[in-house]
Design a protein around this ligand. Sequence first.
Ligand SMILES: Cc1cc2nc3c(=O)[nH]c(=O)nc-3n(C[C@H](O)[C@H](O)[C@H](O)COP(=O)(O)O)c2cc1C
Length: 140
Amino acid sequence: MSKAAIVFWSATGNTEAMADAVKAGAQEAGAEVSVFSASDFSADMVADFDAFAFGCPAMGDEVLEEDEFQPMFDAVLPHLSGKKIALFGSYGWGDGQWMRDWEDVCSAAGVTLACDSVIANEAPDDEAVAACKALGTALA
Ligand SMILES: Cc1cc2nc3c(=O)[nH]c(=O)nc-3n(C[C@H](O)[C@H](O)[C@H](O)COP(=O)(O)O)c2cc1C
C-alpha cells in the first residue's frame, strides 16, 4: 500500500478544501493517507512516505506563502528525488503564475511531477474537486 502525505497551507480554507478532495481520491485508490499543515511537516519526515501532494495558494505577489510553507518546502525539496510528487493550490486574481514558477523550482531540483498540477480559482468548484481527486488517485 502506498503511503501518501498531503502537506498544505491555507488561510481561508480554499486550499484546505482541495486537500480534502486529494485525500478522498488517494484513499479511494487504496493509499494510506496522512494530512499535515505545513508548519507540522519537516524534512526528517520525508522518508516515511512514498508520495506527496503539496498544496499552497498564491500569496504575496505570485509566490508561495513565505512564513510557513516556503521554508518547509525549501527544506524538504532536496529529499524528494524518487518520490511521487504532485502540486495543488488556490489563487485569486492572477493567472496561475505562482504555480508555473513552483513547477519550475521542482524541475530545476530534479523532481518530476507525477501528474498535472491542479489550480482552483478561490473555492474549488466541482471540476476542481474532481481534478483534486484524480491527483490523489495518481499518487496512490
Ligand atoms: C496576502 C495575499 C496575497 C495574495 N496574492 C495573490 C497573488 O499573487 N495571485 C493570486 O492569484 N491570488 C493571490 N491571493 C488570493 C489567494 O491566493 C486566494 O484567495 C486563495 O483562494 C487563498 O487560498 P486559501 O483559502 O487556501 O488561503 C492573495 C491573497 C492574499 C490574502
